[in-house]
Design a protein around this ligand. Structure first.
Ligand SMILES: [Ca+2]
Ligand SMILES: [Ca+2]
Ligand SMILES: [Ca+2]
Length: 419
């Protein structure tokens, strides 16, 4: 309970680390480091003492626990030679904002297109009027939350907040004051709206687990994200459900906590999809967790044809050229590509907005995965992943910096589509 005393300092803490991969989706805050989110490891007795002193936010068992301490407490912890203290990453992401695309329709007017270009592209159907599929599949969107949008309301099944300082998990709370999470969710499973004038996502029959892991500024702590990943996996086991975790977020720094959580979820049969990042077009700019072997990293395509295919956006982070070309996923490889430039979807005001980023590409792939899994429920998550890869090979991407025939470090295996 001692952590409650720390509330005042927590509220002053610097915005850090993990941010969304959309243009202009995060805010700026100067760092004064009034408080520290730390990961504490060491022998059981020493950890127990530290836990008694400072409380635990997330207890990851034998691995250690996290807590928030003030500067004095942090210095005291560092002097304890029996403990390993990791200051959880407080990096402001270099999420290069792009010029904002033209705004979408408003609340009153509806979307400018009920099946935006990314939906047409992934369905490979330029005249598509509505989408379908995803029934029975749960998609955990770890993001800024979701609003009760008319096109999403029927599909919101879980709502949890992992981003509040006073508690690591608040049930029934996931309001999105940012817009990013609502946008991502819409691309996955918007269902056209209850009045038939709304927008469609890729898999409108799948269900949303809205796990708010990022503040309304669009940033959060790695331990909360790790906790949410584990929660989604545990919920899948508890409910006997097929779960896809969709993460349009990341950092240039690898987090052991998030890596362990992704491996945990993967071990429970969860498919993990994550954004490549927006730090392209240089090589090796891919972010984590997308760069992890057990996460499907998604690059962003724009609605421009080059070399006979869609083109990878310049902003889309690139993987490692050394490990590309072999159609085998290693760490830091881009895996697949999907529409991520000028994407219209649901927004926090109840209307629609058109934004860009690998944040927008990721939910296209998560939605496709939900649709394919619903149609093939006997598949394991690894079979589903192989199917995404095989479909990507069918539409090789050859446009954009770093793209080439076959598996490449810009687009990965290609663009997986419905048909
Ligand atoms: Ca990966
Ligand atoms: Ca490779
Ligand atoms: Ca290619």
């Amino acid at each position: 309970m001692k952590k409650r005393r720390l509330l005042g300092t927590v509220l002053l803490s610097a915005v850090m680390g993990i941010s969304t991969f959309a243009s202009g989706a995060f805010g700026q805050q100067t760092s004064s480091q009034e408080s520290y989110r730390v990961f504490i490891q060491g022998p059981a007795a020493e950890k127990a003492q530290a836990k008694a002193n400072y409380g635990a936010r997330w207890d990851f068992g034998v691995e250690g626990f996290t807590t928030t301490v003030n500067s004095q407490q942090y210095q005291a912890l560092l002097k304890n030679k029996n403990l390993t203290i990791e200051n959880l990453p407080e990096i402001q992401l270099a999420d290069k904002p792009e010029a904002k695309a033209k705004p979408g329709g408003g609340i009153a007017t509806g979307p400018s297109d009920r099946t935006p270009w990314g939906i047409e592209a992934i369905y490979n159907d330029a005249t598509i009027l509505a989408t379908s599929g995803g029934s029975g599949i749960k998609v955990a969107v770890l993001d800024t939350g979701v609003i009760n949008h008319n096109d999403l309301a029927a599909n919101i099944e879980q709502c949890k907040d992992f981003s509040q300082n006073k508690s690591p998990l608040v049930e029934g709370s996931c309001n999105d004051g940012n817009g990013h999470g609502t946008h991502v969710a819409g691309t996955i499973l918007a269902n056209g709206g209850s009045n038939g004038t709304g927008i469609y996502g890729v898999a409108p029959d799948s269900k949303l687990w809205a796990y708010k892991v990022l503040s309304d500024r669009g940033s959060g702590y790695s331990d909360d994200i790790a906790g949410a990943i584990r929660k989604a996996a545990d919920e899948g086991v508890r409910l006997g459900s097929k779960v896809i975790i969709s993460m349009s977020l990341g950092s240039s720094t690898k987090s052991t906590l998030i890596e362990d959580a992704v491996n945990y979820a993967y071990g429970k049969g969860v498919l993990v999809v994550a954004a490549a990042g927006n730090d392209g077009p240089g090589s090796n700019t891919i972010g984590y967790p997308g760069a992890l072997v057990n996460a499907v990293a998604v690059a962003a395509l724009e609605n421009v044809q080059e070399n006979g295919t869609y083109r990878v956006a310049d902003f889309s982070s690139r993987g490692n050229p050394v490990t590309a070309g072999d159609y085998i996923i290693q760490e830091r490889d881009v895996e697949v590509s999907a529409p991520g430039r000028a994407i219209e979807s649901t927004w926090k005001d109840g209307g629609y907005n058109t934004i860009s980023g690998t944040s927008m590409a990721t939910p296209h792939v998560s939605g496709l995965a939900a649709k394919l899994w619903a149609a093939n429920p006997s598949w394991s998550h690894t079979q589903l992943r192989a199917e995404l890869q095989n479909r990507a090979k069918l539409y090789d991407i050859k446009g954009g910096s770093g793209s080439a025939t076959g598996d490449d470090y810009a687009s990965g295996f290609g663009f997986p589509r419905v048909k």
